[in-house]
Design a protein around this ligand. Structure first.
Ligand code: HEM
Ligand code: 2DC
Length: 469
């Protein structure tokens, strides 16, 4: 017999007390580890309330399958109130990230064609390949200047620039010039604003932003100024393209970028286009760059694996005479490495959905409208789900064992990451170029862990050494 909702184990009776305990455990930065602990204590399902944030948490791939089958036609994830509050406060439209219902679906269907459809790869690949080549040239210059035939640094700032340059070139069909020596201070400010925006979001998952705003809390003020910086920079980029488009007369055959394509398509209002383009630009920086940083870190820790990947890339290059789009079809181990990185170091600690219908998970009844979270970080490290989870083994994704609902780094279904195709392509191209040019090494004995700042980030600088081959 199915057990009732109220019997799900966990701490869900007093949100305020739980928030206090959460805060004592430094939970704002340890959310991912606390989730692992909770699964160890309560088993594969638990219910929780921290502050005003209430959810049911699951960890098993087969339960994830049940959840996503019950997401309905308008899948809804946790509403990040800090983000909607800012837009309400400044009277800005929600983009596809924050919309729901029919408004979300109609926008998303149009955006899908221009952003995530496989047809777009032929447009994106040359743009992203250029940025990848420029990054490599930049590293070669750094190495020359060091006078030591190597370059040792915390690469995160470099990777932020690589990621912003990549996503901008796809969105605007133009380069920002971030691979040059002197970069636009506005672009640097934009990057800093994104980091601050994420960091200031996490406390507001548990304490209502409306309250923090009323008491004039610093975290709310910082959050507002971070989004202001993001929107101002995105507005400048968008205005620039808009102006160019109106002046242009001839029809050039060159791919003009996502923004210009959407404007010419004329199916979404300009305000809707601006809102989603801003979200894409902001969503495209810390996510891919941190994933690449983790990947380089893992390759530095596993030198022989690094050589294997290099050999795969060399073979792909030889077989295709360097046709990048063809190369991307011949690098399964590189793709496995990226999946492996997202397994151990997911950008998102959890995936969430409000259930659209009643479901039964782990023999508990869960009523429609419940917020259910799949603990993505916890699942990636669960020995019941992955054989020897602590080991970084890209080849596990090549074996014929079942991967059913195990590779969920970008989410699932119609509400999955809209930037997925851009992110994957950008990261694959980056790794191809890096593996072809440099050996990556790290300092011995430095172990890096994750810290939660809305997305999972390394808890200390990751210092890597790049040596020319
Ligand atoms: C949503 C992960 C890169 C834009 C999401 C979600 C995840 C995710 C887990 C939620 C999906 C769900 O609820 O099922 C990642 C990872 C990335 C990445 C791991 C890189 C390694 C990007 C990039 C962009 C982007 C590069 C922009 C170009 C978005 C947007 C949404 C989203 C707009 C909301 C989509 C919607 O609600 O319809 N991402 N993302 N992401 N991501 Fe990404
Ligand atoms: C954070 O408990 C932890 O892709 C919360 O590119 C639940 C939660 C809800 C939404 C998730 C968020 C977590 C992590 C960051 C995500 C976000 C949805 C989209 C966003 C996963 C798991 C992200 C990084 C987007 C951000 C785009 C934005 C900056 C314009």
């Amino acid at each position: 017999i199915v057990r009732p909702f109220n019997e799900i184990p966990g701490l869900w009776k007093n949100g305020v007390v739980n928030l206090y305990n959460f805060w004592k455990m430094d939970g704002f930065r340890n959310l991912h580890r606390i989730m692992v602990q909770n699964f160890n204590t309560f088993g594969p399902i638990y219910r929780e309330k921290i502050g005003y944030y209430e959810s049911v948490n699951i960890i098993k791939p087969e339960d994830a399958a049940i959840l996503f089958k019950a997401e309905g036609h308008y899948p809804k994830r946790l509403k990040v109130e800090a983000w909607t509050s800012y837009r309400d406060y400044r009277n800005r439209k929600y983009g596809v990230l924050l919309k729901n219902g029919e408004d979300w679906r109609s926008n998303r269907v149009i955006l899908n064609k221009e952003v995530i459809s496989l047809r777009m790869l032929e447009n994106f690949v040359p743009l992203l390949d250029d940025v990848g080549q420029d990054f490599v040239a930049r590293v070669h210059r750094k190495i020359e200047r060091s006078g030591q035939n190597k370059w040792t640094a915390d690469l995160s700032q470099e990777l932020f620039k690589y990621a912003l340059e990549s996503v901008s070139s796809v969105l605007y069909g133009e380069r920002l010039g971030l691979m040059l020596d002197y970069i636009d201070p506005e672009a640097q400010h934009f990057i800093d604003c994104i980091t601050l925006m994420f960091k200031t979001t996490s406390p507001m998952l548990y304490i209502p932003p409306a309250l923090l705003r009323q008491i004039g809390a610093k975290v709310w003020r910082d959050h507002v100024s971070a989004w202001d910086g993001i929107f101002n920079q995105a507005d400048r980029c968008i205005q620039n393209i808009y102006r160019q488009l109106r002046q242009e007369t001839g029809t050039s055959k060159k791919y003009p970028g996502v923004l210009a394509s959407l404007l010419m398509l004329d199916k979404l209002s300009i305000e809707d286009i601006k809102a989603s383009i801003t979200e894409l630009m902001a969503g495209g920086v810390d996510t891919t760059s941190i994933t690449l940083l983790w990947t380089l870190y893992e390759l530095a820790r596993h030198p022989s694996l690094q050589e294997e990947l290099r050999a795969e890339v060399a073979a792909a290059r030889a077989a295709t005479q360097g046709d990048m789009q063809e190369m991307l079809k011949r690098i399964p181990l590189v793709k496995g490495a990226l999946k492996e990185t997202l397994r151990l170091h997911p950008v998102a600690v959890s995936l969430q959905r409000y259930t659209a219908e009643d479901i039964i998970i782990q023999n508990y009844h869960i009523p429609a409208g419940t917020l259910v979270q799949l603990g993505l970080y916890a699942m990636g490290r669960d020995p019941k789900v992955f054989f020897r989870p602590e080991q970084y083994q890209p080849a596990r994704w090549l074996r014929s064992e079942t991967h059913y609902f195990k590779s969920l780094g970008f989410g699932f279904g119609p509400r999955q990451c809209l930037g997925r195709r851009i992110a994957e392509t950008e990261m694959q191209i980056f790794l191809i170029h890096m593996l072809e040019n440099f050996r990556v090494e790290k300092q011995r004995h430095v172990e890096v862990q994750s810290t939660f700042e809305l997305i999972l980030l390394p808890n200390k600088p990751v210092i890597l050494t790049l040596k020319p081959l």
